[in-house]
Design a protein around this ligand. Sequence first.
Ligand SMILES: NC(=O)N[C@@H](CC(=O)O)C(=O)O
Ligand SMILES: [Zn+2]
Ligand SMILES: [Zn+2]
Length: 377
Amino acid sequence: MIKSWVLPCKALKFPSSNFEGSNKFRCRGAKMELTITRPDDWHLHLRDGELLQAVVPHSASHFGRAIVMPNLKPPITTTAAAVAYRESILKAMPAGSDFTPLMTLYLTDTTEPHEIKLARRSGVVYAVKLYPAGATTNSQDGVTDLFGRCLPVLEEMAEQNIPLLVHGEVTDPDIDVFDREGVFIDTVLRPLIQRLPQLKVVMEHITTMDAVKFVESCEEGSVAATVTPQHLLLNRNSLFQGGLQPHNYCLPVLKREIHRQAIVSAVTSGSKRFFIGTDSAPHERRRKESSCGCAGIYSAPVALSLYAKVFEEAGAIDKLEAFLSFNGPDFYGLPRNTSKIKLIKNSFNVPECFSFPFGDIVPMFAGETLEWQSSIS
Ligand SMILES: NC(=O)N[C@@H](CC(=O)O)C(=O)O
Ligand SMILES: [Zn+2]
Ligand SMILES: [Zn+2]
């Protein structure tokens, strides 16, 4: 039974459309509740070994599927390695989980077009990831010269309809770290799309208004972008709030507030070109809280709460489901999930850390209070 809105719900900012009668939005006593199609995560780091065992349950309990990034040590550069990695993910999953890992290959200067054929035939590889060499965590085996070395592979990907997922930053040390995404768009992405308009491209974890404008200027269904919770909720001040904050450090690094606002506007506009990709990137606490702390934010346990917060605060909660659950599979040409989850507006405290025998992992917004809890319905 849908009850009429009662006082605590009025405190929420609702979009202008009227949800009376909608089966997605309910008010249960004092609690607001959304029932939405189960989301997927289109950008996830699951790692391997004991870290994999530790983090898989968090993603598997919220998401139907996830694009699993291949930046392991050594990286997943072949279909055979992707198949083996998939097996170890499936083994690490909690009993009864139906979470589906969608595998990716790590593009190198020497990847052969034949590998793309194998990937397509495998039925378990869904994309190829471009890491410019040196751009981010475990990218040292990445591409040094995309146009010089990788065109035959990219042509084969276009032919086989396998998307290229891009960490979109140049690595030239002369380019300011805050400008690396913009320069990448101008010097790599735009020329690439002109050269290979049939290639599907996902610009991963966009951080700037330049990236928003670029994606919006491309053909819908051909170029899209994933968006992380941190680039929707934090700006670069968060790196230095009261001291250096290693748990807010990721790549591409957080940008100015105007960029954050542009990304929020883009995703809450209802555009199909933008979809969830948490970039949940666990690292052991001691590797983050170090004199040379590594990049990556562990968001998987709280990501859905954080996206809900963004959409709610923008008065666009009606656009949340498409962003979380429709735009991604539609872009990849995969069916949308049929099962549902509930998001219940219920305060909870984010744990300070998750402790394992090998060490701690500190989640995004550790120790803070969040409002939306998710449960599989
Ligand atoms: N985002 C990050 O800061 N780190 C990611 C790599 C990446 O996605 O660039 C990681 O693997 O740790
Ligand atoms: Zn990246
Ligand atoms: Zn990533």
